[in-house]
Design a protein around this ligand. Structure first.
Ligand SMILES: Nc1nc2c(ncn2[C@@H]2O[C@H](COP(=O)(O)OP(=O)(O)OP(=O)(O)O)[C@@H](O)[C@H]2O)c(=O)[nH]1
Ligand SMILES: [Mg+2]
Length: 437
């Protein structure tokens, strides 16, 4: 294991991709996403191998014979690494490396590698490091116990004895040291992250009262492009998976008198390693605290229906399953066949079709968001003193004034107002508000 797994980085490495599928392979393109992920991590894909399996082989995942075929391909393409679309156990990785003669990585390790290279802010870096350690930690432990058994079987030492007769190699001692270092570092990272989390929670609480919108969606769907287009924010956009690893929040005015906060988030992906979901919770805090989620969908991607499902699953997992959500069908400028778009429009009749790139449909999106912001309309009647210009200005900006009846010192105004704006009106003017209908 140690021979190949000095580093899990795959940058510039020649990679053979493998997807083992338990069901039939009919129409499956199990490797298109793994290809995008591997390229995102900087690997050069030299060969792809899709394999239907009837059952998972406990020691090598795919069958022994298939693993041997893999070895031939690794040699032929001079590959440095074999990346599986499946999640493998440490034991399976070890066995496979022995057979194929190259480093073997699983899907989660690949995703963690991408996250590690993309993390820019301190928080993102700490979160990724924590996720990586949490993923490797049990593997170290299990590697350790495996070696213990080997030592025991040799009869020289019992497990845990120090300085036996040559059965405890330097690798084994190193593992024990690694294990202690890893566990110490995990504790440190958690402490630092809690500090940052508390600061962020305070920041989020300080925004209390403002309407919060959060962009969510599969990686590469166009969330950052949309945020840039709407708010002129300078957010890193790139045609790579996971371009954004930390959240950005901007102020946005979608219509006259409407001010909202809009946040970008890290892209979602199917079967996100659960260690990552956990440590990215703070990053997704924006989604948890949002009043409205904008689910950005890449309609030019043939797999968009599965991507939507993955995003909805993660949203459920982080407790956002019941939040108000508006589907945004993005990249309509590059849709080649309208079949996919048609189908999505039928599934989500309230969805807004846009192109974050060209700006198409952004006016309709602004209107749809404004309507959500305002909520259903209420008719109110309020009596205010003539000297109180603030309330009149508020109602002019946010509502529709239907009638004004001037008395000597006061005016009675009847106006239509969004349900969600009532609290703000009450804050400005706690008395004499009547809801007529
Ligand atoms: N043609 C076209 N391309 C788009 C559109 N919106 C975004 N893109 C492109 O899609 C790619 C991904 O865009 P991003 O905005 O980085 O996507 P993201 O959802 O923020 O991705 P992550 O941060 O990785 O989750 C970039 O190359 C964009 O230029 C669009 O409406 N039309
Ligand atoms: Mg982004």
């Amino acid at each position: 294991m140690e021979k190949f797994r000095q580093t899990l980085k795959v940058k510039k490495e020649r990679a053979v991709l493998v997807a083992a599928v338990l069901r039939s392979l009919d129409g499956a393109d199990g490797l298109s996403e793994l290809t995008a992920l591997a390229e995102s991590a900087g690997a050069v894909v030299v060969d792809k191998f899709q394999q239907k399996i009837r059952r998972i082989n406990p020691s090598t995942y795919i069958g022994k014979g298939k693993a041997e075929q893999l070895e031939t391909r690794v040699k032929r393409f001079r590959a440095d690494v074999v990346i599986f679309d499946n999640d493998l156990s440490p034991g399976q990785i070890r066995e496979l490396e022995k057979i194929v003669g190259a480093k073997v990585l699983d899907r989660s390790e690949l995703i963690l590698d991408i996250f590690a290279t993309r993390a820019k802010t301190k928080q993102a870096k700490l979160q990724v490091e924590l996720a990586q350690l949490e993923y490797t930690y049990p593997r170290l432990t299990r590697m350790w116990s495996h070696l213990d058994t080997v030592a025991g079987a040799g009869g020289g030492t019992t497990a845990g004895a120090v300085g036996g007769i040559g059965t405890r190699g330097p690798g084994e001692q190193q593992l024990e040291i690694d294990r202690r270092l890893v566990s110490k570092r995990i504790t440190e990272l958690k402490r630092e992250l809690t500090k940052i989390d508390n600061r962020r929670i305070r920041e989020i609480e300080a925004r209390h009262g403002l309407f919060k919108i959060c962009l969510v969606g599969y990686t590469n769907a166009g969330k950052s492009t949309l945020l840039n287009k709407l708010t002129d924010a300078d957010v890193f956009v790139e045609d790579r998976l996971f371009a954004t690893l930390d959240t950005r929040t901007r102020r946005w005015i979608p219509a006259k008198g409407v001010e909202v906060l809009i946040s970008d988030t890290v892209g979602f992906v199917k079967s996100l390693p659960h260690q990552l979901v956990a440590s990215f919770k703070a990053t997704l805090e924006e989604a948890i605290n949002a009043d409205l989620l904008l689910h950005v969908i890449d309609v030019s991607n043939q797999d968009s229906i599965n991507q939507i499902e993955s995003v909805n699953n993660v949203l459920k997992e982080i407790g956002c399953g019941k939040k108000p959500i508006l589907e945004v069908l993005n990249k309509v400028d590059v849709v080649k066949t309208i079949g996919n778009l048609d189908m999505l429009q039928t599934l989500y009749p309230d969805a807004v079709s846009i192109s974050a790139k060209t700006g198409f449909g952004l006016d309709v999106l602004s209107e749809a968001i404004t309507a959500k912001y305002k909520g259903s309309e209420l008719m109110i009647r309020v009596e205010i003193s003539l000297s109180n210009g603030k309330i009149q200005n508020f109602l002019r900006a946010h509502g529709k004034i239907i009638n004004e009846q001037y008395g000597e010192n006061s005016v009675i105004i009847e106006a239509g107002l969004g349900r969600n704006q009532l609290p703000e009106l009450k804050r400005l003017h706690p008395e004499n508000i009547e809801i007529i209908e």
